[in-house]
Write a protein that binds this ligand. Structure first.
Ligand SMILES: Cc1cc2nc3c(=O)[nH]c(=O)nc-3n(C[C@H](O)[C@H](O)[C@H](O)COP(=O)(O)O)c2cc1C
Length: 213
């Protein structure tokens, strides 16, 4: 049986968006929409798809969780030796996308990334559940493993080594995205969607414009 994907379509009509509705700072606008997403009990409101590129300019993308918006920057945490970590350290630029179907909204963020200060990673790591902290040691993220048992054995080994306090692995920590281009998308009927783009003007101040859908 073949799937008839071409017939799957949805019209969007919930809300509107114009540059006049938007806050001056895109990070503040993102927080406002995040609050609405959380209030609307959107599934995984903090999940964002983060794309990186390899040395040949080939992109790869994966979901990570947004863990903070601090001084206009978006923070997420991962393994610095993972595929994404190595790519980001060599080419520190990302495109990140949120999609909240329940609100017919998308946010796109593009910008530069850097490691967050060690103490910021320490504080976030310490707030994670014990088993998640062990997992950060056990998982050599993105490397091939022969079986699930390898992972379980490593988790047990690190559990024996750190029965109470699990220190942050040096290869695990946060990235901060400094946005350079941010777009808010609101679905509208007849594919005439609303798009508001933030970029910086020549003085470095944020400006907005409307984009064709
Ligand atoms: C809902 C969801 C949340 C995730 N959150 C994170 C996260 O915060 N950090 C992370 O490193 N991986 C997270 N992952 C796993 C990544 O998508 C990915 O599999 C992993 O980071 C390895 O990616 P890489 O091999 O490209 O480095 C999450 C996956 C899902 C589906």
């Amino acid at each position: 049986m073949s799937l008839n994907l071409a017939d799957i379509r949805k019209d969007y009509s919930q809300k509107e968006l114009s540059p006049d509705d938007c806050l001056a700072d895109p990070a503040a606008q993102l927080e406002a929409w995040l609050n609405e997403a959380i209030a609307a009990q959107v599934n995984e409101p903090t999940a964002m798809n983060v794309a990186s590129v390899d040395e040949n300019g080939r992109p790869s993308a994966r979901i990570v969780l947004l863990k903070g918006v601090e001084q206009g920057q978006l923070l997420f945490y991962t393994n610095y030796l993972s595929r994404k970590g190595r790519q980001l350290d060599a080419r520190p630029y990302v495109a990140a996308t949120f999609f909240w179907p329940e609100l017919e909204r998308q946010i796109r963020v593009e910008g530069q990334v850097r490691h967050v200060p060690e103490e910021v990673s320490d504080a976030y790591f310490a707030s994670r559940p014990y088993t998640s902290r062990l997992g950060a040691w056990a998982s050599e993220q993105s490397s091939e493993i022969g079986s699930k048992a390898v992972l379980v054995t490593r988790a047990a080994m690190f559990g024996a080594r750190h029965p109470l306090n699990v220190p942050r692995p040096p290869h695990w920590g946060g990235y901060a995205i400094t946005p350079e281009r941010v777009e808010f998308w609101q679905g509208r009927p007849s594919r005439l969607h609303d798009r508001v783009l933030y970029t910086r003007d020549e003085l470095g101040n944020w400006k907005t414009c409307r984009l064709a859908p």
